[in-house]
Design a protein around this ligand. Sequence first.
Ligand code: SAM
Length: 300
Amino acid sequence: MAIREQVHSQTPWQYTEVPDMDDVLFQQWVELLELRTGIALPESRRTFLIMNLVSRMREVAIDNYQSYFDLIMNGSSGQVEWEILVDRLTVHETRFYRDEYSLDLIRNKYLPELTSTKAKPYTVHTWSVGCATGEEPYSLAMLLDFYFLNHPEFYYGVTASDVSRAALQTGRDAIYHQRRVKNVPEEIANNYFEKVDNEHVQVRPSLKQKVCFTQINLLGITQQPIGQMDIILCQNVLIYFKRELRNQILDQLAMCLKPGGILLLGAGEVFGWSHPELSQIDYQSTLAFQRHADNDEVKE
Ligand SMILES: C[S@@+](CC[C@H](N)C(=O)[O-])C[C@H]1O[C@@H](n2cnc3c(N)ncnc32)[C@H](O)[C@@H]1O
């Protein structure tokens, strides 16, 4: 059945037909998205795909899926168009202090151990993988910054990566609606945000400069010059991937950890994955793993 959609145009609001997408075409788009991003689009997301394609096709004045597909596949101009489309087809839902249990684990378990064992000065390298519009890496940066106020010889940096350039740009701008920061503990919010206007706040420049936003596709981690990390947050990203690919990426992330470093996933996001160099951390409602320290024996 054809989908009807209300679209805004030069004339007042009107209904226009959305072209049908047959199974062959749907499959073609599903395969392209999975090949380039790893995201598996189930049948239940067909309407989501169609709506986003049609909305973009209207912007570039193309009225059929195949012509738009051909445009995407066409060299460097296709690549530019793909960057725009991929932003529309990825879910960027996120929040400040979204996973409080994981942040508790870092603050109450990991950092006390780290600060009592590492030779000083020490720089903590961290990575927010699939950082969307910046709320996750800034939450991590705020936590670290606040914690290290009492540990002056500890320094930190946060790498924030995503496949979507548009999302990364929002992160770099670091301006958020007041509503979006309501989860942030008051003393943290007071320290790290400043008012822009009656509705918006921005991350203070001193904190902003600790977070480096960069485009990294999870499918290409092994080709990236990513250093060894103390903390990797990869939450609400791999749920969109098929199990085999998800496990491959987890194996690669595991190898990006320093000995003793931790990998935090979303609780309930991954089942049945383990790695010979990592042990699961038992901490409240978290799904977290720690790479064995150099002198640890590999546990069965
Ligand atoms: C739902 S958001 C999660 C944001 C944040 N991690 C959180 O938990 O709040 C998922 C993010 O993963 C990103 N993503 C999806 N596929 C990706 C890929 N292949 N490489 C890198 N990022 C990807 C999306 O662009 C999106 O911003």
